[in-house]
Write a protein that binds this ligand. Structure first.
Ligand SMILES: NC(=O)C1=CN([C@@H]2O[C@H](COP(=O)(O)OP(=O)(O)OC[C@H]3O[C@@H](n4cnc5c(N)ncnc54)[C@H](OP(=O)(O)O)[C@@H]3O)[C@@H](O)[C@H]2O)C=CC1
Ligand SMILES: O=C(O)CCC(=O)C(=O)O
Length: 444
């Protein structure tokens, strides 16, 4: 049995109840085979893969808070500090009822390789809670965030572990968390990113993940002799990533015709009205039915269905495993050219393989959504030097980082004879840097 197969078998046995984590590990290890085989003896002796797939530590805690009726509620909080070989742990906090340890582990594992791809000194971590901010008052959200940080503050710090936003965690939640961290520790430091602009946040962080997704998509298209201008895009989700992906796609001259949320989706053949979408989602925190009600050209459908709409470029920006094999078949049948992931692991393994086998250009989230965390690292730099850069400065750095990521993953795939396989390229390029740093720092 090869070293990769041995490790995969052990990971499956040990983490049988964590399907998302297994899926993420399987995807990575399968594509790393040629790299591992070229150095099998060395990596095996170092137990490098076993160390790579085992988090440095997992923190799990009770989060009690009081709702508006005076009732005590209890949620579970998590922080998985996955790997700090190349920098302090860095990664978002997800607040969603589906959150469990397996989901946080998959996200932390992917984050380690993603952060490596940014070229910046950040390790990988992820956290969150099964708390659902939807339908809660601002006071309830504040009560939860304060309680969450009252436990988590012990484990984080500007040079230790720097959390940020993710699903359900936006500027409001980060603000309450930052306030509580400062109150407990008395320290005014860059312990969280995605902060408000009046207290250390970076310009362009809000836009960064969506904008970065489009910068890398444009580079991909350009390197294959195509222009993004006038292309039709299907976007899923209607949160932070989806909104700013739509904005940048429109700025580049593409037409975005769909968005979705957890209850339904919208097809708007005239193109998404971004101002209306922002009003519905960012201001009112309402459902997409409100978008459809205010927009005569929009058709609203319950459930899922975005990928059945004919498009040139598909940008899944909602959540994991939202683009299934049947969706991949539909995209191919409709002549889709490129799929670039805004969300983390939105495409299943079978769907990814089908897209790749059928000539669709495919960039995985580790590479294509890395603009968010890269800009978080730029926020950390600004906090350390007590400076604020202009929107244009941050945006220009973000654009260059995304272009560099594309060429690094393209080169890595070519080096191992897998030209055009950007999943392999991303995993190899991300892995090489982390592996070298782990080996150089000795066994721990
Ligand atoms: N924010 C960031 O900087 C980064 C985010 N990501 C990833 O991008 C994705 C989206 O994150 P973000 O935009 O920040 O999160 P938001 O909470 O802002 O938006 C999430 C969107 O996805 C929808 N959604 C969430 N869960 C489900 C589900 N189970 N089924 C269907 N739709 C769902 C939400 O619908 P509803 O409104 O109904 O809940 C919402 O439209 C996630 O995978 C995240 O990990 C990756 C890199 C950076
Ligand atoms: O900005 C960050 O630190 C984290 C972003 C994130 O959670 C992600 O890249 O998935």
């Amino acid at each position: 049995m090869s070293y990769v197969d041995e490790v995969l078998a052990r990971v499956k046995e040990k983490n049988a109840s964590e399907p998302e984590f297994l899926q993420a590990v399987e995807e990575v290890l399968e594509t790393l085979r040629p790299v591992i085989e070229a150095n099998e003896e060395k990596y095996k002796k170092e137990a490098l893969l076993e160390r790579l797939v085992e988090p440095d530590r997992q923190i799990k805690f009770r989060v009690p808070w009081i709702d508006d009726k005076g009732q005590v509620q209890v949620n579970t909080g998590y922080r998985v500090q996955f790997n700090n070989a190349i920098g302090p742990y860095k990664g978002g906090l997800r607040l969603h009822p589906s959150v469990n340890i397996g989901i946080i582990k998959f996200l932390g594992f992917e984050q380690t390789l993603k952060n490596s791809l940014t070229g910046l000194p950040i390790g990988g971590g992820k956290g969150g809670s099964d708390f659902d901010p939807k339908g809660k008052s601002d006071r309830e959200v504040m009560a939860f965030c304060q309680s969450f940080i009252t436990e988590l503050y012990k484990y984080i710090g500007a040079d230790v572990d720097v959390p940020a936003g993710d699903i359900g965690t936006g500027a409001r939640e980060i603000g309450y968390m930052y306030g509580q961290y400062k109150r407990i520790t008395g320290r005014y430091e860059g312990v969280l990113t995605g902060k408000g602009l009046t207290f250390g946040g970076s310009l362009a962080r809000t836009e960064a993940t969506g904008y970065g997704l489009l910068y890398i998509t444009r580079e991909l298209m350009k390197c294959h002799g195509m222009d993004i201008k006038d292309k039709v895009c299907c976007v899923s989700g209607s949160g932070n990533v989806a909104i700013y992906a739509t904005e940048k796609a429109q700025q580049m001259g593409a037409k975005v015709v769909t968005v979705s949320d957890s209850t339904g989706w919208v097809y708007d053949p005239e193109g998404i009205d971004l101002a209306l979408l922002k009003e519905v989602k960012e201001v009112k925190r309402a459902r997409l039915t409100e978008y459809a009600a205010a927009r005569p050209s929009a058709q609203y459908h319950e459930g899922r269905g975005v990928w059945q709409i004919k498009c040139d470029i598909a940008l899944p920006c909602a959540t994991q495993n939202e683009l299934l094999l049947e969706d991949a078949k539909q995209l191919v049948a409709n002549g889709c050219t490129a799929v670039c992931e805004g969300a983390n692991m939105p495409t299943t393994l079978e769907a990814t393989k089908y897209l790749q086998d059928n000539g669709v250009l495919f960039i995985c989230g580790k590479a294509s959504n890395a603009g968010g965390v890269a800009t978080s690292a730029l926020e950390m730099s600004q906090n350390s030097e007590r400076m604020s850069w202009t929107f244009e400065e941050v945006d220009a750095k973000l654009e260059q980082i995304m272009i560099n990521i594309y060429h690094n993953i393209d080169d890595a795939a070519k080096r191992y004879g897998m030209e055009g396989n950007y999943v392999a390229g991303a995993n190899i390029a991300g892995f090489e840097k982390v592996a070298n740093a782990m080996i150089a720092q000795g066994i721990f």
